[in-house]
Design a protein around this ligand. Structure first.
Ligand SMILES: Cc1cc2nc3c(=O)[nH]c(=O)nc-3n(C[C@H](O)[C@H](O)[C@H](O)COP(=O)(O)OP(=O)(O)OC[C@H]3O[C@@H](n4cnc5c(N)ncnc54)[C@H](O)[C@@H]3O)c2cc1C
Ligand SMILES: *[C@@H]1O[C@H](CO)[C@@H](O)[C@H](O)[C@H]1NC(C)=O
Ligand SMILES: *[C@@H]1O[C@H](CO)[C@@H](O)[C@H](O)[C@H]1NC(C)=O
Ligand SMILES: *[C@@H]1O[C@H](CO)[C@@H](O)[C@H](O)[C@H]1NC(C)=O
Ligand SMILES: *[C@@H]1O[C@H](CO)[C@@H](O)[C@H](O)[C@H]1NC(C)=O
Ligand SMILES: *[C@@H]1O[C@H](CO)[C@@H](O)[C@H](O)[C@H]1NC(C)=O
Ligand SMILES: *[C@@H]1O[C@H](CO)[C@@H](O)[C@H](O)[C@H]1NC(C)=O
Ligand SMILES: *[C@@H]1O[C@H](CO)[C@@H](O)[C@H](O)[C@H]1NC(C)=O
Ligand SMILES: *[C@@H]1O[C@H](CO)[C@@H](O)[C@H](O)[C@H]1NC(C)=O
Ligand SMILES: *[C@@H]1O[C@H](CO)[C@@H](O)[C@H](O)[C@H]1NC(C)=O
Ligand SMILES: *[C@@H]1O[C@H](CO)[C@@H](O)[C@H](O)[C@H]1NC(C)=O
Ligand SMILES: *[C@@H]1O[C@H](CO)[C@@H](O)[C@H](O)[C@H]1NC(C)=O
Ligand SMILES: *[C@@H]1O[C@H](CO)[C@@H](O)[C@H](O)[C@H]1NC(C)=O
Length: 567
């Protein structure tokens, strides 16, 4: 009897050891660094180590986590937080708050009663507020030495929750604001170029470029980063149909790799990494410190908006109009226009059409076909258009209030061929989705930036897509159960309406359902195998992990929030 007990105990212990050793640490583990050891890290980074206190702690009586139990309620601070919650700036200045609320597991909700507990949830445990490369390197080495999960955070905008993670040490790049203008001269490109630090926001890059008579490719929202998840994940934006995607512009990356070295990745040095970072996704190949991108001489830009309100009796007419709208789109984007339109319970709106290098009358003419269709159908519509002398003035005139997303999201790339061959079925699917969600069509011709879709790692499906069908269902801050139900609806009901029309299709990794099945093939298509090889080459010990990023299938996040290796 005793013998079997002993044997059983041995087996159990072995099992525990095995599970433990394949997992990164949690604060309850005896090996978790002591406060003194964390203080040691703090000293090496000059006092820039921050312990996480969720930003909504002021709305709760206490924040209890790990060894701390703080009294945190402050009514005026909480009110101020609530009134600014949806502004990106509120989260940009936080080292830990994920802008996509659903990734907190509702652990510290600003909209509920103060006596509801506030805990750390899936937020990182600590963050280094890096101001120089050595801060990043110290963090990387510390995480390796102590088996701590590592997270790279720039703005925290990520829709898939990739810049947050439980029990992790965050490397925060927000302060890395380098901006330098110069010229680049190689076989394939001679011309102006701008070096952009990891923490630069799109609007900061646009303003800097503008002050030198230039413009650079970035996204639609001013506070999204440019060298982080945006360009590394592909990147679409106002200039896409004229110059290509964000990733297509990159001439060089400076990267802190898993071995602690800084490498320059360009066409002739570490060209594999150079390729992978141009669209293979943020958070998994290394820490980008800066990138150098092509810059273009500033030009005039025209913008237009076209809207038709759904008043409850014209829904059929609006969806009928959608068919002519979709058929007209190829000609519009092929003229260099980026068109961002929305359809949902409140109707149709094109806000805006952004046309670099087109005069106002040229843009008006391009949009004549859909406008005539609206007239013919008897739709009441509103149209306006303007011309600006520069990219920046056009961009700023739109004053697109880009709030933190208060939507749970999903997306699917819609190929040109489908739009033309199966317009009716596509509009049917859009109408089905539009009755429960907002659908936005981010429309472009993404072929301008590359000669071949394989030149960069970006999902090659982009080059044959006409738009990204981007679905949003409002986040329910007061009922977590209802919120989970909308997430399920996106995965199991709304996206499938588009999936059946686009078998073996493609999805934009930055604007996707975080539970997208077959993410390897939908996000990366036939670039995945090469991306995985490059990941293994540069990060053989899997130091960098991000949810559904290249190589993430080697890990599993357990219910106790630990990240454990499956290999
Ligand atoms: C309001 C809003 C508007 C958007 N508009 C657009 C748009 O117009 N076009 C478009 O293409 N996309 C758009 N996006 C999607 C956007 O590109 C992604 O959310 C992107 O991941 C944001 O990158 P970030 O660096 O700002 O954010 P973060 O959330 O900080 O980081 C995103 C990912 O990149 C990694 N990462 C960040 N910095 C680095 C670095 N220096 N080195 C390595 N990895 C890094 C992070 O680990 C994480 O995995 C939008 C998103 C939001 C929320
Ligand atoms: C790190 O040091 C700074 C300066 O001494 C201090 O303000 C900060 O609280 C410390 N961080 C942690 C996590 O202890
Ligand atoms: C935190 O402190 C409060 C007040 O002292 C106490 O009631 C509560 O149980 C403590 N919580 C934890 C998790 O220790
Ligand atoms: C609440 O926070 C404000 C601003 O930081 C501060 O001035 C005030 O004293 C705080 N109130 C309490 C009760 O702590
Ligand atoms: C943006 O957020 C602010 C502050 O939270 C809110 O008042 C406003 O209605 C939001 N705007 C949009 C377009 O959602
Ligand atoms: C989310 O939080 C709830 C408590 O509110 C907890 O029971 C649950 O386990 C958490 N979910 C995960 C996946 O950790
Ligand atoms: C991060 O560091 C910058 C200075 O480099 C400082 O202005 C900022 O307040 C710090 N952020 C936090 C949250 O401590
Ligand atoms: C670019 O480099 C080539 C070859 O080194 C040189 O001949 C040419 O003058 C350079 N062009 C510019 C604009 O610097
Ligand atoms: C130039 O572009 C070609 C075609 O994309 C590519 O194969 C080559 O590596 C590039 N060379 C340099 C030096 O950039
Ligand atoms: C790539 O970077 C290396 C190292 O800085 C440099 O010597 C080389 O000229 C660069 N190559 C290109 C094509 O820019
Ligand atoms: C054009 O300018 C007018 C007047 O400033 C403004 O009301 C309208 O919204 C603008 N339209 C677009 C598409 O920028
Ligand atoms: C709704 O709008 C349509 C045209 O867009 C118009 O014909 C109809 O009269 C409107 N109905 C109401 C109730 O306003
Ligand atoms: C959130 O869900 C609850 C419960 O289903 C519902 O009563 C409430 O109206 C929802 N709130 C929003 C803003 O949808």
């Amino acid at each position: 009897m005793r013998f079997y007990d002993a044997l059983w105990a041995l087996i159990l212990n072995l099992f525990v050891d095995l599970t433990a050793s394949r997992c990164l640490l949690a604060p309850s583990d005896p090996e978790w660094p002591s406060t003194a050891i964390w203080s040691g890290l703090n000293e090496t980074v000059g006092g820039k180590l921050l312990a996480t206190i969720p930003i909504a702690a002021s709305c709760h009586d206490r924040f209890a986590q790990y060894t701390s139990n703080l009294s945190t309620y402050n009514g005026s601070v909480c009110d101020a937080l609530r009134s600014t919650w949806f502004y990106p700036e509120t989260h940009l200045s936080s080292p830990s708050s994920p802008m996509a609320y659903s990734f907190t597991n509702n652990s510290c909700n600003p909209w509920v009663e103060r006596d509801v507990p506030c805990t750390i949830g899936y937020d990182v445990a600590y963050t280094i507020n890096a101001t120089q490369i050595s801060d990043l390197r110290h963090g990387l080495e510390f995480a390796k030495d102590h088996k701590i999960r590592l997270i790279i955070r720039n703005t925290g905008h990520d829709y898939l929750g990739k810049s947050t993670g439980a029990h992790a040490l965050g490397l925060w790049t927000h302060q890395l604001k380098l901006l330098e203008v110069g010229t680049y001269n190689t076989t394939n490109y001679t011309g102006p170029a701008i070096r952009i630090g990891a923490g630069v926001l799109a609007i900061e890059a646009y303003r800097f470029a503008s002050s030198h008579g230039l413009m650079v490719v970035g996204g639609n929202c001013p506070t999204v980063g440019i060298a982080g998840g945006y360009s590394q994940g592909g990147g679409h934006g106002p200039l896409i149909s004229k110059y290509g995607m964000g990733a297509d512009q990159v001439l060089e990356w400076d990267v802190l790799t898993a071995d602690g070295n800084i490498v320059t990745a360009n066409a002739t040095s570490h060209s594999d990494l150079f390729w992978a970072l141009r669209g293979g996704g943020g958070g998994t190949f290394g820490v980008v410190v800066s990138m150098t991108v092509k810059a273009f001489p500033d030009i005039y830009v025209s913008t237009a908006s076209l809207t038709a309100v759904d008043n409850g009796t014209n829904t059929d007419i609006i969806y009928d109009f959608m068919k002519s709208w979709l058929r007209a789109l190829p000609q519009i984007v092929d003229a260099g226009v980026h068109a961002l339109w929305f359809i949902g319970p409140s109707g149709f709106s094109l806000v805006p059409a952004f046309a670099p290098g087109l005069h106002k009358d040229e843009l008006d003419a391009l949009l004549q076909v859909p406008i005539e269709e609206m007239k013919k159908a008897g739709l009441h519509y509103q149209y306006s258009s303007n011309e600006s002398a520069t990219f920046l003035s056009a961009y700023e005139s739109l004053a697109t209030g880009c709030n933190v997303s208060d939507y749970n999201i999903g997306g699917r790339l819609i190929p040109r061929s489908l739009v033309l061959s199966q317009t009716d079925r596509l509009v049917e699917a859009i109408r089905y989705i539009g009755s429960e969600a907002i659908l936005s069509g981010v429309s472009f011709n993404a072929r301008a930036g590359v000669i071949s879709p394989d030149e960069v790692a970006v999902n090659p499906y982009f080059r044959k897509a006409l738009f990204n069908a981007f679905i949003g269902v409002p986040i329910n801050y007061t009922s977590w159960t209802a919120n989970q139900a909308t997430l399920d609806a996106i995965t199991t009901d709304l996206l499938p309406a588009l999936e059946v029309l686009t078998p073996h299709g493609g999805v934009y990794l930055n604007e996707a359902d975080s539970r997208q099945p077959d993410f390897q093939s939908t996000f990366y298509r036939d670039h995945y195998d090469r991306l995985l090889q490059i990941k293994r080459l540069y990060d053989p010990d899997n130091i960098f992990y991000a949810k559904i990023a290249v190589g993430s299938e080697a890990w599993e996040q357990q219910l106790d929030k630990r990240l454990c290796s499956l290999e």
